[in-house]
Design a protein around this ligand. Structure first.
Ligand code: F6R
Length: 607
């Protein structure tokens, strides 16, 4: 999704801007641009559709330099991805880059059009530059121009602004969209993403909602919406620069799939004792807070939502706690009932997903016992807003399609379920811990299926549709398998609770339809097998992933993929691995853009 980077420095910043933008590329975007303040204090803008490398070429051709500048990668929301809609947007000496959505932009546009403003793009963002110009005619002090402009904006925004009349300053503002200020030597930086800052500095300040800042190479001033000065101490990120490389893999997704075993091994070392979870892994005093919990409400999007569905199965199985899992974009707009002693849990890899942030803010206004987040980014908005937080420490996930974040979320959620089980079953903890500890060994065996997945992928590459079926906690894994396949291979795929098959989707099954059954050896095997028999009876192509020993009749066209034996609780973590590999290799066969699938963005910072 859109990304912002900017720099004010004692030396030229054009290279920094390109480097910053290239660190934001993984988020997904369709155009890029930058503004530099030239030696003669004029704003000079360059924009291009397509990739940052094209902007870099443009920069070299134009030989543009300056000590202060802002840059942007745009993921189109309002207005198609073309040159005129790319950021920065300029007007009256102001140049702006914007992440988020200005909800009242039509209203502002109408108002300013009546005052003879001519707009040159279809974006919501352009009105910001026009509003700044409008107020600059009414006020001479920069802070007055800014305050009046910000007051008029409704919606979410992270802003980077430069102004010809204050040529050494970058102005930043934030409301509902993240913005960080990196503190360097003789230079300060702005970025919407910590990944773009860490090669410059690890010291940063994050802007909260309704705050703005004025930044020069050696000064950072922060203000609230009333113009009152704010003091904020700097944080230091632990993230390192090396984490964002492919390490010899062809794609980030491939690297991230194969990192999963090591991440789980690290969790085992960091979070588990011999037979117990270490104290307070969900934050200071979290164990005693969790003791009082009677209900859990999970809220998340996409893959993170699928993880929450698995957690619902786990928690209700191991405790007396009632649990709901809900998609954030639904939760944020509906009426909610919060029973006494309910824990709200936001799950988000990025910690910046707009719908999840809004849901969390709504939860903070409701009568929850506590707000817990499970997140991969320490610096994220969701982590900062939560009472308790669990950091997945999976390292940056660069591929748009989430893999290692999903299994890291699952481990965190299994640990949460286990902690919540203590009140009703004191013996379960050591049993689950033993299963978790067996995971690295079992995952090594599971990865041995890679070659098989490459072969199966060839059988999928020309299919138009696929069904994934599972029961119990394998049902959310079927949903996740379908999500992975559709997002990176563009094959239409659906995940279904196997029992739902004959309530509709069976109508789709014919000899061209691959149907994947996820069938860990548990009390649901008979049911899943009878659902798959319904598929076979209609000539569907059946692929069963199972650790149950099964004999096939001669001439049976079913494909059985033998999975390593694994404990009941960890099965979702094991069964998702071949699904990730399958999607990856189908996408390889289809030659799609695996790490940045079309139309998708890594961190969905608009609703
Ligand atoms: C799919 C995927 C998305 C994200 C979703 C939520 O592979 O990655 O569905 O899971 O956009 O993102 P986070 O977890 O960052 O809130």
């Amino acid at each position: 999704m859109c990304g912002i980077f900017g720099a004010a420095s004692s030396s030229h910043v054009h290279k920094d801007l390109i480097e910053g933008l290239s660190k934001l590329e993984y988020r997904g975007y369709d155009s890029a641009g930058l503004t530099l303040i030239s030696k003669s204090n004029k704003i000079k803008r360059l924009r291009c559709t397509g990739k940052v490398v094209a902007l870099k070429k443009l920069l070299a051709t134009n030989n543009l330099m300056g000590n202060c500048g802002i840059a942007h990668t745009r993921w189109a929301t309002h207005g198609v991805p073309n040159l005129k809609n790319s950021h920065p947007h300029n007007y009256g000496g102001f140049s702006i880059v914007h992440n988020g959505i200005i909800e009242n932009f039509e209203e502002i546009k109408t108002f300013l059009s009546k005052k003879s403003h001519k707009f040159s793009s279809d974006t919501d963002s352009e009105v910001i530059a026009h509003l700044l110009e409008y107020f600059s005619k009414k006020h001479s002090k920069l802070s007055d121009i800014l305050l009046n402009t910000f007051k008029k904006l409704k919606g979410s925004f992270a802003l980077g602004i430069v102004y010809e009349k204050d040529p050494d300053k970058i102005i930043v503002a934030s409301n509902g969209s993240p913005l960080l200020i990196g503190m360097g030597k003789n230079a300060n930086y702005i970025s919407s993403d910590i990944n773009a800052l860490i090669s410059k500095t690890k010291k940063y300040i994050s802007l909260d909602d309704n705050e703005f800042g004025i930044i020069t190479k050696d000064k950072i001033e922060l203000f609230n919406v009333k113009g009152k000065r704010i003091k904020r101490s700097a944080s230091v990120t632990k993230q390192n620069t090396n984490a964002i490389s492919k390490n010899g893999y062809k794609h980030f997704m491939q690297k991230e799939i194969f990192e999963q075993k090591d991440i789980i091994t690290r969790v085992i070392k960091d979070k588990l004792g011999t037979s117990k979870i270490l104290p307070n892994i969900f934050g200071p005093k979290s164990d005693s807070m969790l003791k009082s919990i009677k209900h859990v409400h999970f809220v998340a999007c996409g893959t993170s939502y699928n993880a929450s569905l698995v957690a619902k199965y786990w928690i209700e199985e191991v405790s007396d706690i009632m649990c709901t899992a809900e998609i954030a974009s639904e939760y944020r707009y509906r009426t909610i009932n919060v029973p006494k002693d309910t824990l709200f849990v936001a799950i988000s890899q990025s910690g910046e997903t707009a719908d999840t942030i809004y849901s969390l803010k709504k939860a903070k206004q409701s009568k929850y016992r506590s707000i817990l987040s499970i997140c991969n980014v320490a610096e994220s908005t969701i982590t900062r807003l939560s009472d308790y937080s669990y950091l997945m420490q999976a390292g940056p996930e660069v591929s748009v399609a989430s893999t290692k974040a999903f299994t890291s979320q699952l481990i965190a959620l299994l640990l949460l379920a286990t902690t919540l089980s203590r009140a009703s079953d004191s013996k379960l903890e050591s049993k689950i811990i033993n299963q978790i500890k067996s995971l690295p060994r079992i995952l090594s065996k599971t990865f041995e299926l890679e070659k098989k997945m490459q072969l199966i992928a060839k059988q999928f590459k020309n299919k138009n549709h696929t069904l994934f079926l599972g029961r119990g906690a394998s049902y959310p894994i079927a949903l996740e398998a379908a999500l992975k396949l559709k997002e990176i291979s563009y094959i239409h795929a659906e995940g279904y609770a196997a029992g739902e098959l004959k309530h509709g989707p069976l109508a789709l099954v014919d000899k061209n339809m691959p149907v994947v059954g996820l069938m860990p050896d548990n009390n649901l095997v008979t049911q899943v097998l009878s659902n798959l028999a319904e598929v076979k009876a209609r000539q569907g192509l059946v692929y069963i992933f199972t650790n149950k020993k099964m004999k096939l009749k001669k001439n049976d066209k079913t494909n059985i993929i033998s999975m390593p034996a694994c404990g009941h609780y960890i099965a979702p973590l094991v069964y998702v691995i071949p699904m990730q590999l399958l999607s990856y290799y189908v996408a390889i066969n289809k030659k799609t853009n695996i790490d940045q699938p079309r139309n998708l963005a890594k961190s969905v910072t608009v609703e």
